[in-house]
Design a protein around this ligand. Structure first.
Ligand SMILES: CC(C)(COP(=O)(O)OP(=O)(O)OC[C@H]1O[C@@H](n2cnc3c(N)ncnc32)[C@H](O)[C@@H]1OP(=O)(O)O)[C@@H](O)C(=O)NCCC(=O)NCCS
Length: 178
């Protein structure tokens, strides 16, 4: 995947330590994005983005679980200055990853933040021997589908009436790692 940022200090060989301490990216617009593992104090601001982004927002307890039970999870937040601007919740089990949720704060969208986070996850996945990454997305969510296609995902199927709030179908998308 092409780098959607100018530069980074990320070193995949030390990825576990680095996501604890924070990975710095200089975005194409010159802003610095710091990405690190989700912590207790991130839940409040991440949940505000969740509520603003989805009509069927996850409950706050779902974010709490990411902090309380980190086994198999790679759940990250991104900061610009002191503002939490993005989160991604992801599972990593043996040779598969599943992206459960991602959102970027409205006023920080279309600046390469989500694709930078996906670049990071892809690097980690490749290093850890991940064979395939999966996700589901609303059929109508064209922005997210375009993001995932840009990040190498392809539609592989659908789940009928997957979203209970309005019975919309989900598309299932997968990316095979090299
Ligand atoms: C989907 C979302 C995460 C994208 O985040 P982002 O940081 O704006 O994405 P990026 O800036 O990295 O954009 C990467 C690519 O995604 C696509 N994209 C992003 N926003 C788009 C939009 N509004 N319309 C069409 N394509 C869009 C483009 O292909 C873009 O590449 P380009 O800049 O070369 O055109 C963000 O719009 C969001 O938080 N939406 C609400 C929550 C959501 O729908 N999450 C996905 C749940 S499955």
């Amino acid at each position: 995947m092409e780098r959607p940022f100018q530069s980074t200090d990320f070193d995949v060989q030390n990825w576990r330590e680095q996501i604890k301490s924070g990975v710095t990216f200089t975005l194409l617009n010159g802003q610095q994005l710091i990405v690190r593992s989700i912590q207790q104090h991130d839940i409040g601001p991440a949940y505000l983005i969740e509520k603003a982004s989805f009509k069927d927002a996850w409950p706050k307890i779902a974010f709490q679980l990411e902090v309380d039970d980190p086994q198999y999870r790679i759940s990250l937040v991104g900061y610009i200055g002191d503002r939490l601007v993005t989160y991604i919740l992801c599972y990593h089990i043996i040779d598969e990853m599943h992206i459960n949720n991602i959102a970027v704060a409205n006023e920080f969208r279309q600046q390469g933040i989500a694709s930078t986070i996906f670049w990071l996850l892809t690097e980690i996945g490749n290093y850890c021997g991940v064979h395939v990454s999966h996700l589901e997305v609303r059929r109508s969510n064209l922005a997210a589908i375009a993001l995932y296609e840009k990040c190498g995902y392809r539609v592989v199927g659908s789940r009928k009436k997957y979203y209970e709030s309005d019975n919309e179908d989900a598309l299932t998308m997968s990316r095979y790692h090299t």
